[in-house]
Design a protein. Sequence first.
Lengths: 443, 344
Amino acid sequence: MTDASLHKKGKSLLALDARTKKRNAAEARFKGYGIAAIAVSLFFLVALLVTIISNGVPAFTQTYVNVAVTLDAAKLDKNGNRDIDDIKKVSTFGYKPLINAALVDAVAGIETELSDKDVGKILSASAPAVVRDYVIANPDQIGETVAFRLLTSSRVDGYMKGRVVREDLARDKNLDAAHLDLIDVMVGQGSVERVFNWDFVLGADASESRPEQAGIGVSMLGSFFMMLVVLILALPIGVAASIYLEEFAPQNRFTDLIEVNISNLAAVPSIVFGILGLAVFIQFAHLPQSAPIVGGLTLTLMTLPTIVISTRASLKSVPPSIRDAALGVGASKMQAVFHHVLPLAMPGILTGTIIGLAQALGETAPLLLIGMVGYIATNYPDGVASGFLDPNSAMPAQIYEWAKRADPAFYERAWGGIIVLLLFLLTMNLIAIILRRRFERRW
Amino acid sequence: MSIFKMSASTLAITALTATVAAARDNVQVAGSSTVLPYASIVAEAFGENFDYPTPVVESGGSSAGLKRFCEGVGENTIDIANASRAIREKELAACAENGVTDIIEVRIGYDGIVFASQLDGPDYSTFEPADIFNALAPQVLVDGALVDNPHTMWSDFNADLPAEEILAFIPGTKHGTREVFEEKVLAAGCEATGAHDAMIAAGMSEDDAEDACLAVRGDGVAVDIDGDYTETLARIDANANGIGVFGLAFYENNTDALKVATMSGVEPTTESISTGEYPVSRPLYFYIKAAHIGVIPGLKEFAEFFVADEIAGPDGPLAEYGLVSDPALGDVQATVMDEVTMGN
């Protein structure tokens, strides 16, 4: 009947009718939307990466000036007996004139309108501390002339990187255009050079007057100790909880309630854990402020649900036949779980753990509340105990701190810090993928 | 199962070390984000020149810092609170309630508050407190009558100002800067325009009129910035017609993006602020818990170092960064040296 009516209208099977055309068009449109969505996300990804890299890469190089400083015995060791306590009494302010004099000598051949006092502005405020540390470590060098490689100020560094231009300096009290002329000549002579900035990767935070000295190294250690706490607490607790819930616990209202709450916990905003950490660990348990152990404990709370959920999923994916076989040959329930199920679920558990850790590594909000933001990451820990307990920051908190400081040079460092952080996250995700690829078994 | 034994023992060890190493050997400071740069500069120099560890400086705002300061005496409370305003009676009472009675007040210097706008933006170069009041108050005096603020352009009330839409980014209420902005600019403008007298004539009590003078219009023309000056700078960058309120030190570090306006005809510089010529400035303080001196190693040394001539003096690194040195620094040094507590 249908065929007959089709023939009557003279339609062939090959010619599309209006409704089919409409359906095909809808499909084509949907594909188009999909491609557009992917294109938009790709565009943003590329834009993000380009911004991060173009803003952050300059932080990995730094401008130094080579100066030979005469360590004047009359100024540095007035009694002349090389007593270390006497030498320590000369503060960095006593070293400043020596370095300034050395710099004036170094530029003596270059014509400049700058006064001798102003020439020193091309150096970082960190220079006297570098020389003083050297003298305290090598008191026998007093009276000699020693070659130092000193940081230049952030404005000079910005000029070398193209961030600071001459016009900007007209109203800047930190540096004049005449300094830049001087720098141009010194670059020609080779005494000013821009080299890879190990201090940024390994160094400590610096105060706002010397962004050129700031590094992310100490806060990297802070992050490391926090991740250690998270790992040694969250992994065993999370795995034990999931094994019990998945393999041993009876199915009743109470365990259902626990399950629902674990899923809910995974969705709790991280700032909530921060305020909990402040109340419980610092105000109640009297753990030290700003310490990585408190940060680690707080992040453990945040990471636990992630680990529990992924562990339970991988335990579930082990087929029941494995358990049945083990029980069938006389294994106890515990033996079946620990000898057979757990090893097979391990790749999934580790992947979940690494992803949980990566999430915790990038977390900033809870750290703001437990005092890990500010001028904090300044001392290297002396050992393991001090690593856990001495005030420190973490990488994302350090980046946040830099981004809000006044000097534009800190902004560059914030972007540089983002690159370091992203490298860590990428590495961790890569390890998770490799683990999954190599060890995961499909049934 | 060894994994469980291992983690159990690590747990025990961590708990143990936590209790053993409770004795704190570094100075802890928290408070005003305006004072933070200065405190961090001093902390850094202190760590370089002394055998004590570098003090830890956190920010969070004057009120938050003083609140933590007043939580009690002991190693898990901070030693020093930074503040961009003097401590209030209420806070002193809260302190006393928690056993924090001996407090040393140290004034480190002065900070100027400046009005700055985009470098290539409209010509905002001269302001009077009256202009700011006319632009931002909810009720202003127009032709002798108190009306809801009708102004949308700067030129609406002062023909010398550019014909640009009014847009101002002012510090949020949790900042100490806001208080200075209200007292030195809005209240002064309120008096100058005659709005204050008009309010009293309209039947307001003296106190109510003063409070009303400090209010800011709520129609989106005056934007509260709760973050740092970096946020204000970003807003100015995005809005060519906006003016922002900054600390002098922040402005001086960002002269490549900002231009500053004079207030009452005076340009804000360290000189004009130290002489008191520039009207919008405020003292910066830090507060020391006297009970911690002798308990926390290096606390008194740090405080003395902070106010030493070579640090806080007119040629020191703090002045170089933008702090206006206290002309009476000698008295402040004596206060710290003799540990003179407040009220004594």
